[in-house]
Design a protein around this ligand. Structure first.
Ligand SMILES: NC(=O)c1ccc[n+]([C@@H]2O[C@H](COP(=O)([O-])OP(=O)(O)OC[C@H]3O[C@@H](n4cnc5c(N)ncnc54)[C@H](OP(=O)(O)O)[C@@H]3O)[C@@H](O)[C@H]2O)c1
Length: 270
């Protein structure tokens, strides 16, 4: 399988101001790709600083665009802005995400619906809007930042895991549909990673699983994710233990046991 050359390509990275998105942007720029960085309007200064860093260090072109995916038609508005700024979109990186932690029956409906809109609908919309152009040109890549949460239910942040399962299924299905077109979809599935996400949405300081898995470094996750995209891998789980737990153990263990372990492991660590 030939590797995808990122040099001179145009890449859109959503949620680029912080965490995994920021590190992914650094990796794409280091590989010589021109970067369209996206963030919420409140992140203007942070994104501008990242843009300057990438231009100075890697001599690539950078655009900073702002859109809230909770605004009506937000993903579509972003796509239109991208189309006005760059000659073509070669790579889409769906990364912007949020989390809501706590019992499903007590969480307010609004934040849960927002979670679905940002983590699932925005990914789907941007992927649907970007892929026809890629197919027409005979090549392109989509990197969907999913999660190991896609592989089993995630009690205590049930809707979060459900959005990741949605994206995982969508990524793998569309990747199959696009065989022979030159366009590939990669689902990157990290375990818990040390980013601002884990300090938002009522997420506890620690859940029990973090004691076992630890916290991954977002720079390492990004580097491995970009490598998986370059190789055209459909699914990539960083880390040997994570691969074994989520791709092997999960599948040979009866589902009721997987569900019960998830319930225990994802509880707040006392
Ligand atoms: N951290 C983990 O343990 C982990 C593990 C597996 C997968 N992931 C996934 O990795 C991706 C990146 O998350 P991260 O961990 O790097 O966290 P992060 O630093 O919080 O990044 C998420 C980004 O999405 C942006 N965002 C949130 N709501 C948005 C909206 N309505 N419209 C547009 N942008 C919005 C955030 O902006 P603000 O900062 O301004 O709110 C933030 O920059 C997410 O999809 C997440 O689910 C994370």
């Amino acid at each position: 399988m030939s590797k995808y050359d990122l040099k001179g390509k145009y890449v859109l990275i959503t949620g680029a101001a912080t965490g995994i998105g920021k590190e992914l942007s650094r990796c794409f720029a280091a590989a010589g790709a021109n970067c369209v960085l996206h963030a919420l309007p409140g992140q203007r200064k942070t994104l501008a600083a990242l843009g300057r860093e990438l231009r100075e260090k890697h001599a690539v072109k950078v655009w900073c665009l702002f859109e809230d995916f909770l605004d009506r038609g937000g993903p579509e508005k972003l796509y239109r802005k991208v189309s006005r700024n760059v000659p073509r979109l070669d790579v889409l990186v769906n990364n912007a995400g949020m989390v809501v932690y706590g019992p499903f029956h007590r969480a307010r409906l609004g934040p849960q619906e927002n979670l679905v809109r940002v983590n699932a609908i925005a990914y789907m919309d941007l992927m649907r809007l970007s892929t026809p152009g890629m197919i027409k040109r005979g090549g392109g890549r989509v990197l969907n930042v999913s999660s190991v949460s896609a592989f089993q239910p995630t009690p205590h942040h049930a809707v979060y895991g459900a959005t990741k399962a949605f994206i995982q299924s969508l990524s793998e299905a569309v990747n199959q549909e696009l065989r022979g077109t030159g366009v590939r979809i990669t689902a990157l599935c990290p375990s818990y990673t040390d980013t601002p996400l884990l300090k938002k949405g009522g997420f506890p300081e620690k859940v029990r699983w973090i004691r076992i898995s630890g916290l991954a470094d977002p720079a390492v996750i990004a580097r491995k994710g970009v490598r998986a995209l370059v190789k055209g891998r459909p699914v990539y789980v960083p880390g040997l233990v994570n691969k074994f737990v989520h791709l092997v153990l999960n599948r040979i263990t009866p589902r009721v046991i997987v569900d019960a372990i998830s319930n225990f492991a994802l509880k707040k660590d006392a």
